[in-house]
Design a protein around this ligand. Sequence first.
Ligand SMILES: C[S@@+](CC[C@H](N)C(=O)[O-])C[C@H]1O[C@@H](n2cnc3c(N)ncnc32)[C@H](O)[C@@H]1O
Length: 343
Amino acid sequence: MSNARKEQDHTAALDRMLQLATGYQASKVLFTAVRLGLFTELAARPLPCEELRLRLGLHPRAARDFFDALVALGLLDRGEHGYANTPTTARYLDRGRPGYLGGFLEMADSRLYDFWGTLLDGLRTGEPQNEIKHGGEFFDTLYQDPARRSEFLQAMTGLSMRSAHALTDTLDWSAHRVVADIGCAEGALLGHLLLRHPHLHGIGFDLESVRDDFDRRVERFGLADRLSFTAGDFFTDPLPRADALVFGHILHDWDLPTKRMLLRKAYEALPTGGVVIVYETLIDDDRRENAPALLMSLNMLIETTGGFDYTGADCRGWLAEAGFGDSRVRHLAGAESMVIGTK
Ligand SMILES: C[S@@+](CC[C@H](N)C(=O)[O-])C[C@H]1O[C@@H](n2cnc3c(N)ncnc32)[C@H](O)[C@@H]1O
C-alpha cells in the first residue's frame, strides 16, 4: 500500500473516531428536540426560526445553532418557509403519528443516558447501573412507578415496531392459528399482526402490572374478539398454549440458565409443528460487525443482573438442546434478526 493511501486511511479512521467521540453531543441534540416536541410542532407546517424558537420557549442565543445542527445532522430540512421535518422525522418523531418512535428516545434520554455514565463501574463490577444498582429486581422496581412503567412500555413499542412489521410481512402465517407473544408489553406486535392476518388469534402474555397499558394500546386496534391478555410470570407459570410463540427482546434480559429454561417451556407449550420465534439485535456469528447488537448487550449489563445478547448460532444451539428439531435465522430490519425454531 502506498504511503499516500495509508495516510488517507488514517484520516478516514481518525474522522470516524472523532465522530464517535462527540456522538453524545449529537445524541443529546436529538433527545432534546424530541423532549421539546420540536418535530410535533413542525407537523402541520414549516416554521421560521423566530416562530419556532418562541413556540419552544428557547433563549435567542443558541436557538439557530440548535436548529441548524439538526439540519446538518439530517434531522430537519430548511427551506424558504423555514424549518421543516424530513420525511423520516415527520413519520417517526411526530407524537401524533401512530409510528411515533420518540418513546424510545425519551427513555434513552431520561434513563439510559445517565446510567451509561457509569459504564466503567459496570464493567469493573459486572453489576447493573440503573435503578437496581443498589439491589432489587429490574421489572419490579421499574413498574412501581406507573409513569416510568408506561414510558418503558411505550419505548418497547417504538423499539420493536420495525421488526414487528417485518415479522408480519415476511413470515408465512397461513399455517398458524393462535400466536402468543411472551412478554408482550403494550401488545403492538400482536395488534399489527392480527390486523394484517385476519385468520389469526393473539394472546399477549405479560406481568399483571402491564395489563392496563396493554388494554389502552390494543383498544385502538378494535380486535377485542381476537386478541386477549393473559397475566402471568414466565418463571412460575406455564406459557399459554399456541401454535406460534414469540419472544421479542426477552431472552437478552436474562442469564443463560433462564434463557434455556424459557426455551424449554416454549417447547413444552407448543404442539408438534409449532414454532418459536426469538427476535433481538442478534450479534453476528463472528462477533465483529453488528455494533448495535454488541452495544445492546452492554446495555443489558447496564440494565439487568445477568442479561446479554447473543449470536444466531448461540440461539440455535439452545433451541436444539430444548428439543427443537429445526431452526433458521432470518434478518428482520435494521440490526434485528429472528431465529425460528420448529418443534
Ligand atoms: C424488554 S421488554 C420486551 C417487550 C416486547 N416483547 C418487545 O419486544 O417490545 C420485556 C418484557 O417482558 C416482560 N416480563 C418481564 N418479566 C416477566 C415475567 N417474569 N413474566 C412475564 N413477562 C415478563 C416485561 O413486562 C416486558 O414487557
